[in-house]
Design a protein around this ligand. Sequence first.
Ligand code: CA
Length: 228
Amino acid sequence: MQQTILIVEDEADIAESLQYNLKREGFRPVVAESGEKGLRLALDEKTTPALIILDLMLPGMSGLELCRRLRRETLTEKTPIIMLTAKAAEGDKILGLETGADDYVVKPFSIKEVVARLRAVLRRVETDAAPNYQDEQLKVDFGDMRVTANERDVRLTRKEFALLEHLIKNSGRVASRQQLLDNVWGYSYFGDTRTLDVHIRRLRQKLDECGSCIETVVGVGYRFIGCK
Ligand code: CA
């Protein structure tokens, strides 16, 4: 299903360029030229956005004001917000984040940067919403990126954690080497699959007696089977 992205921006060229590019990325962008219209669209259940891109400097209701209003409404209190700001002043960034924005981008920005931030924020929200994993020996907190094996803290690198997370979320199913490379290293990765095997080996070593929770499926990839 296409995710609706609400763009609240009074500068037509910026709004259009965001709209065009987000559509191309597979989202359903909706534009509001003012804070008032933005509020109306955000609270309309037909257009409830998955994320809001919000310009700080708007005529009428300002971006900060709108952000505060959205945080007070049950429907939008948790909707991720990325602020667009022309001012790089530290105070503005902090103010934006204190008001409840999840991230901010300073103008002029590249569309690529906005899309990358947007995907990162959406991913974070999804991960936060995912229930944590726990069995008799292994505990994984996806939000805090914390892993405990037999009550012992396990320190993983980002890649190792991402690997473990992907395997757990596809628990019981075989993840092929290519799937793991695509998901953890990104589609642009063309390195050889030995990198993956090295990471899996290190991950198992760090998990120690829990290492057997990752099963090797010869010739295909790996499967998470949990610790018993
Ligand atoms: Ca503006």
